[in-house]
Design a protein around this ligand. Sequence first.
Ligand SMILES: [Zn+2]
Ligand SMILES: [Zn+2]
Length: 343
Amino acid sequence: MSQSYAIDCLLEPIFWIVDNFAGNLGQVFVFCVSVLTAAVVFIAYWIGLPFWWQRDPYTTIFLVLMGNWLLLNIIFHYYKGVTTSPGYPPHGTMISEAASICKKCISPKPPRTHHCSVCDRCILAMDHHCPWLNNCVGYYNARHFFLYMVYMVAGVSFVIIFGFEIGFQVLWLYDPSANIPHNDPDLIGHPVRINQTGALIPIKDIVEYDSVNFPREHNLPVPITSELQLISSDPWKRKAVIFMAVTCLSVFFALGTLVIWHGKNISRGETSIESHINAKLRKTPRNVYRNPYNFGRRKNWKLFLGLIQGRTFIRHILLPSGHKPSGTGLTWHTIHNVMEDWP
Ligand SMILES: [Zn+2]
Ligand SMILES: [Zn+2]
């Protein structure tokens, strides 16, 4: 009795935290995504821009344009993914399309609709509840969710490819033990040379007189400091490069896997929830299950991306576009009732 009371008392603060902050957890995630993205962009300008500018201004202009095009799409699709309502079935009205009744909402449930326990309501064509968006992914924002991931993977790939040399220098070639501080007594009063890693090495044994005892001229070449040496010798820039490598590689592998997985679902005309359900249905013996919303890979993608009614890949995918999916999310064409003139 007293033991369980003690445990209850000990757990009290944890319950309090969960009760008070769990609702805000999604907002914390969105904040983290925004801050991390801003940090990566800042470091790309702070370290990457001077490095490429010293190398070739024309390439740099191209990279700035390309990077900002990717960034524009990332911000647009993230913002739309967070703020676009996934779509809810109408409340309190009869819907003829209803396939079943939601036991929790006690209201009609159209086909492909599922109840989200986090949002505590039914979601049209629900894919999953995404804490990173602090929103459900459903009928109206699934395209933004997917394109956000695609552009994010492209964005971090861009940083990894064009920052590779900097990362290689800092993470691989740089040797902290070879870096002699500027006030090192060994260096004072001596000419120095710079080794490959950018460290200063004192030159102590210079022949001061030549063979006829004339003082020798010391025409030591002045080394050109490259951006790579400047980055390596700055502890803050080194930390920033390590941060970039860890962040970008993690995002690349995590989101890259998700893009492939969702891409496969889109090819089959399934939401994430349906991919689990259909995988089970396909295993049932005797009746061979066919997904009624699978119109073939090409058409599934066109429908998912909304590339119908004359929309083009360049205008509506490569550039930000807020077009909505055609239809209501309440009724669905299936392979059994598809019409001839359907896009
Ligand atoms: Zn419901
Ligand atoms: Zn939800």
